[in-house]
Design a protein around this ligand. Structure first.
Ligand SMILES: Cc1cc2nc3c(=O)[nH]c(=O)nc-3n(C[C@H](O)[C@H](O)[C@H](O)COP(=O)(O)OP(=O)(O)OC[C@H]3O[C@@H](n4cnc5c(N)ncnc54)[C@H](O)[C@@H]3O)c2cc1C
Length: 392
């Protein structure tokens, strides 16, 4: 070890959560450093890249630009035996879906953080944490050396495989039922109408999860799936399921795989507590993700906006204990927890549903005039039609 740095706020991880938090703290004039263990921000991609307009609204981003690959006209959900429901987006309702260029999106957010005054170090990995004299001390490894960074507050934005939360004394553990293993192929040469996202549900396709088909434009296409860990059946099971799907769907016959992406997603409830002394945990690291869809970008950004604001206030007040940072934990829960719990209960019910039940649910819903793509509306219809599914 041959050097030591000191900052007001250290952000670990340069995904959306990290960059949004770094921007929020540095824009208030506090010295902020964001470190990223990988060589390039935004890569490798571990994402289907689907978002709703809520993300763009939240971050005040335009609906066109290098961060967006396509704008969707709607979405379809397809049951195991082919029943289908279709949602058309209505621009007036602000429910449009977009497919990101996730690498560009992540870089754009990092550039914003930099422009607000945050410093950024790539190829710099946090490898340990201690507390000393009221500060956090993060041990880091770069290409050249190992060194310490002292910070009043650490924001752990280190994603699904987070280690910082545990080092800081929090419990991020998940049961196999609360984890989905995902794999995605980026393909070219796929036949598809190109304006709708398709979701295939049921054990036939993806036990405990679903298949997503997201057209990216320019003859590129994301097809991927998540399988619940409790339903993994032998080695490379998610890949075998995806190969079976791609091999059996005529849209993909001429398609070629040009990239493979893989990663884990939490489909459980968030951590019981997301702050400790000198520490705030945001985004996937805190399991603040939608447990029904596995979508986490929106929640990551919301939690980080709150974290950045509360961190700034605490730096200004000179107090960084768990109690001082707790307003962050309260703030994101107030915004997001109700929906997360609702979707968690729905996910729990659907995890145990067999394909026949999913067929009748989708068949029933297809008879409704659904003009709004909201999981809440869907679940309420299902609650009315299939009350047994929702027996507590
Ligand atoms: C296959 C797949 C498909 C998905 N599809 C979608 C989707 O379509 N829509 C959606 O909304 N969500 C999707 N998600 C979830 C979404 O990707 C996450 O919710 C989102 O990336 C969370 O952002 P984050 O900043 O919290 O974490 P991440 O984006 O994971 O960022 C964490 C960063 O921390 C870095 N890091 C980790 N450890 C360290 C360390 N010790 N030191 C320094 N840096 C470190 C990592 O390299 C990474 O860059 C998907 C996830 C997967 C795996």
């Amino acid at each position: 070890m041959n050097r030591s740095l000191e900052v007001d706020c250290l952000v670990v991880g340069a995904g959306p959560a990290g960059s949004v938090a770094a921007q929020a703290v540095s824009s208030r004039g506090h010295s902020t450093l964001m470190i990223e263990k990988r060589a390039e921000i935004g890569l490798p991609i571990r994402c289907g890249e689907g978002i709703s307009s809520a993300v763009l609204d939240l971050l005040d981003l335009p609906e066109t630009g290098i961060h967006i690959s396509t704008r969707m006209d709607g979405a379809r959900i397809i049951s195991p035996s082919g029943h289908k429901i279709e949602f058309r987006s209505d621009p007036k309702k602000h429910d449009t879906g977009y497919i990101l260029n996730r690498d560009m999106f992540d870089r754009m957010l990092a550039i914003r953080a930099f422009r607000s005054g945050a410093d950024i170090n790539v190829m710099c990995e946090a490898v340990g944490m201690e507390r000393e004299d009221g500060q956090a001390v993060i041990r880091c490894k770069s290409l050249k050396d190992t060194f310490d960074i002292r910070a009043k507050i650490v924001i752990a934005a280190d994603g699904f495989e987070s280690k910082i939360a545990r080092w800081g004394g929090l419990d991020p553990s998940l049961s196999p039922r609360d984890i989905d293993s995902c794999i995605q192929y980026r393909m070219t040469g796929v036949e598809h109408d190109g304006s709708f996202c398709d979701f295939f549900i049921g054990k036939r396709y993806a036990p405990g999860g679903y298949v997503w088909c997201f057209p990216k434009g320019n003859d590129l296409f994301n097809v991927g799936l998540g399988i619940n860990e409790s339903m993994i059946n032998g080695p490379s099971f998610p890949k075998r399921c995806l190969d079976r799907f791609v091999g059996s769907d005529p849209d993909f016959t001429q398609g070629k795989i040009v990239e493979v992406h893989a990663g884990g997603v939490s489909v459980g409830l968030p951590m019981d507590m997301t702050v400790a002394d000198n520490l705030m945990v945001v985004g996937d690291a805190a399991r603040i993700i939608d447990p029904l869809t596995g979508g986490g970008i929106y929640n990551a950004c919301v939690s980080s906006i709150h974290a950045g604001r509360i961190a700034s206030e605490c730096i200004e007040a000179g107090s960084y204990s768990s109690d001082d940072l707790e307003p962050y934990d309260k703030a994101w829960r107030e915004d997001l927890l109700e929906q997360i719990v609702f979707d968690y209960l729905a996910k729990e019910r659907f995890l145990d549903a067999d394909d026949e039940l999913l067929d009748s649910v989708i068949s029933k819903i297809s008879s409704y005039d659904l003009n709004e793509i909201s999981t809440e509306v869907l679940i309420n219809v299902i609650k009315n039609e299939f009350p047994d599914i929702f027996v507590a």
